[in-house]
Each structure stands twice: as structure tokens, then as C-alpha cells.
Design a protein around this ligand. Structure first.
Ligand code: KG4
Ligand code: ZN
Length: 338
């Protein structure tokens, strides 16, 4: 039997709905909330209100684009957490109503697990997927972790950040440079024109496979404060070099622990996931490692890097096969582990 799943993602500032049939993606609609730009970060109350406005039209569009009707959906998968509670509530409530009205099961999804499973989505142009076990570097605005993936639903975090996420490091340092939110993509673009070895910033010394990015942020801030004392236009004059040097440092930190994870686990099949996996420098670094070190690598297509419902739907597909369903009394969780 072929399984058709509707996926819903509403954990942060993207409202998304996707339809997947078995592993083949039929649609993936993402509505990004622009309202937060003016505030320099996501405002939770505004996010949940925007989800409320967006969710029905987004689902409608996802069904239309997939060419399926609501009664052809076998189950509906949704992000249970982690994320903003108000935003998660909108998705969860919508899904409860949808499932109840149609008499179909609900499947609760861990957002982080879903980021990893984007690599199993099939599209017209992508049919390959990683083999087990593999390591996934999951880098987003809220999370930075190295995940050992043994099976679709069997994952272990072998390293994680003890403070800021890599995306946060990009965003916070970008803010200090006067760049708009989210800063990651802007830094990436600027870095292409800059010298990555012009400036040096502090790198953390953290044991084992864990990360830390708060020291880099402070080092960057103090560096700029000192230089601005000498020259008020220091940032304007050096933006591309600052961006390139910052990006190089973040990537070196990420790659260093990833290499250690490869050495420790003996696993050299590597996948990237999460918003920061859109970063061109990180993609280049992993590609270089595949050539130099023989790593087998999996880099997600851009539409699967940031938050999307396709990843929720594919995870739903694997949980459906194991009959892992949720009850109507399920509640969202702001914090959630694997
Ligand atoms: O996965 P995501 O969409 O949301 C979270 O779950 O956090 O990740 C968003 C993060 C932001 O911090 C954003 O600045 C970063 O991903 N990001 C990038 C790039 N594109 C998005 N960081 C560096 N370079 C990029 N090209
Ligand atoms: Zn995410």
C-alpha cells in the first residue's frame, strides 16, 4: 500500500505544509514570516499569530500542488517540539482538528530528528540517500550537534553546543556589524568577496565533541570595539574581510569536531542539515574533506536546509511504518530530546 502523509511544521517562524507519498515529495510549501525582520529576531507572540493566519492557506496550497484531496491523506504528521510553545500549539491544534475530522492518525515528530531525515526525501532529481551508520552535523539557529544516525529513528547525539548555536553565532556577530536579521545568509554573501585570513578570532577549547560559540561572539565584539576606537568607520571599510574571517572561524570550529567525531566513531559518511548547512563555506569545507579524506558526503538541497514540512512528512512516513501514532491529548513540548 502506498502511504500519503501531510506534514506540518510550525516550530519557529516558518509555516510549512508538505505532502509525501511513500518517500516521494509531492509538495513543500513554506511561508516565511517577514514580520520579525524589523525586530532583529523572532518575536514569539507575532510568530504564533502569523502561523494562525498562514496555516490554512499553506495546507490548501500544499494539497493543491500535490494534486491530492484531503480525503486521500492517510496520516498527518506535525512538529511536537522543540520550538516556541505558542507556535507549536498552532500546528498541533490544527492537526488535531484535521485528524479528528478525517478519522486519520496523527504522528508527532521531533523537529531535530526531522532535520536529519531530509536526506531520505526523494524528488525527481534526488533518489540517493545515506547508508547507516552516518554522522549528521545538524547546524541551525537553535541547535548545533553531531548526531550518530544508526537507523531512521535511532539517533544519538555525540556532541552538542554548550551555549550558542552556530546560526546564533552568525546572527549575533552579523548584528554587531550592523547587518540585518537573519545575519547568516548576509555574512555568507559578503564573505565571498572578503579575505578569510585577514583577521583571527578566538576559538574555544572544549573537551570531547561538544561545541561552544559564545566565546567567539565575545571575541568578535571586543575586537570590533577596540578597532572602532581607532577608526569609527572600521566596520564599513572591512565588512567583507570581517564576514569572511568570521565565517572561516565558525567553519573551522565545526569541521574540527566533525573530524574528531569521524576519528572516534570510525564513521566517515557525513551529512549536513539545518539552516547553516546552506552556508557556502561549510559546503565547500565538507566537499574538500570528501576529496582529501575520502568522506562520503550528503549536502541537502537549499529548500531542505531551513525549516520545512517535507522533513516532517518523511519522518512521519518512517513512524507510520512502525505504527507510532499520537493520541488526541498530546501536547507540544518547547524542549525535547531525541
Ligand atoms: O534551521 P533554521 O531555518 O531554523 C532553526 O531551526 O534555527 O536555521 C536558521 C539559521 C539562522 O541562524 C540563519 O542565520 C542560518 O540558519 N543560516 C545561515 C545561512 N542560511 C541560513 N547561516 C550561514 N550561512 C547561510 N547561508
Ligand atoms: Zn530547524
Amino acid at each position: 500500500m502506498r502511504i500519503t502523509i501531510l506534514g506540518i511544521e510550525s516550530s519557529c517562524d516558518d509555516t510549512s505544509a508538505a505532502v509525501i507519498r511513500d518517500r516521494l515529495l509531492l509538495s513543500n510549501i513554506i511561508s516565511s514570516q517577514e514580520v520579525h525582520r524589523a525586530y532583529g529576531g523572532v518575536v514569539p507572540e507575532l510568530a504564533s499569530r502569523a502561523h494562525q493566519q498562514n496555516i490554512i492557506p499553506v495546507v490548501d496550497q500544499a494539497l493543491k500542488q500535490a494534486g491530492v484531496t484531503a480525503d486521500q491523506i492517510d496520516a498527518v504528521a506535525f512538529t511536537r517540539g522543540p520550538g516556541l510553545l505558542g507556535s507549536l500549539l498552532v500546528g498541533t491544534s490544527f492537526v488535531k482538528g484535521f485528524a479528528l475530522a478525517r478519522g486519520i492518525p496523527m504522528i508527532d515528530i521531533n523537529h531535530l530528528q526531522a532535520h536529519v531525515l531530509v536526506h531520505f526525501i526523494q524528488t525527481a532529481t534526488k533518489t540517493d540517500s545515506p547508508s547507516f551508520p552516518f554522522l549528521c552535523l545538524l547546524v541551525s539557529g537553535g541547535h548545533t550537534q553531531i548526531v550518530l544516525v544508526r537507523d531512521h529513528l535511532e539517533m544519538e547525539i555525540v556532541g552538542k553546543t554548550i551555549d550558542d548555536a552556530a546560526g546564533e553565532a552568525f546572527d549575533k556577530c552579523a548584528k554587531v556589524m550592523g547587518l540585518p536579521y537573519p545575519g547568516g545568509p548576509v555574512v555568507d554573501k559578503l564573505a565571498a568577496e572578503g579575505d578569510p585570513f585577514r583577521f583571527d578570532f578566538n576559538k574555544p577549547r572544549i573537551p570531547a565533541l561538544d561545541y561552544s560559540f559564545s566565546g567567539l561572539k565575545t571575541s568578535f565584539l571586543y575586537f570590533l570595539r577596540d578597532r572602532l576606537r581607532e577608526d569609527k568607520e572600521f566596520i564599513e571599510k572591512n565588512r567583507p574581510d570581517l564576514a569572511a574571517s568570521l565565517q572561516r572561524t565558525i567553519i573551522e570550529i565545526l569541521m574540527d569536531k566533525l573530524q574528531q567525531a569521524v576519528d572516534l566513531t570510525g564513521v566517515s559518511e557525513i551529512a549536513l542539515a539545518g539552516g547553516v548547512s546552506a552556508n557556502s563555506g561549510l559546503r565547500n569545507a565538507v566537499t574538500a574533506a570528501s576529496v582529501e579524506k575520502g568522506w562520503k558526503i550528503h549536502i541537502p538541497q537549499f529548500s531542505f536546509t531551513t525549516d520545512n514540512a517535507a522533513m516532517i512528512a518523511i519522518t512521519g512516513f518512517y513512524k507510520f511504518q512502525k505504527n507510532e501514532f499520537a493520541d488526541q491529548d498530546i501536547t507540544p513540548l518547547a524542549r525535547m530530546h531525541f
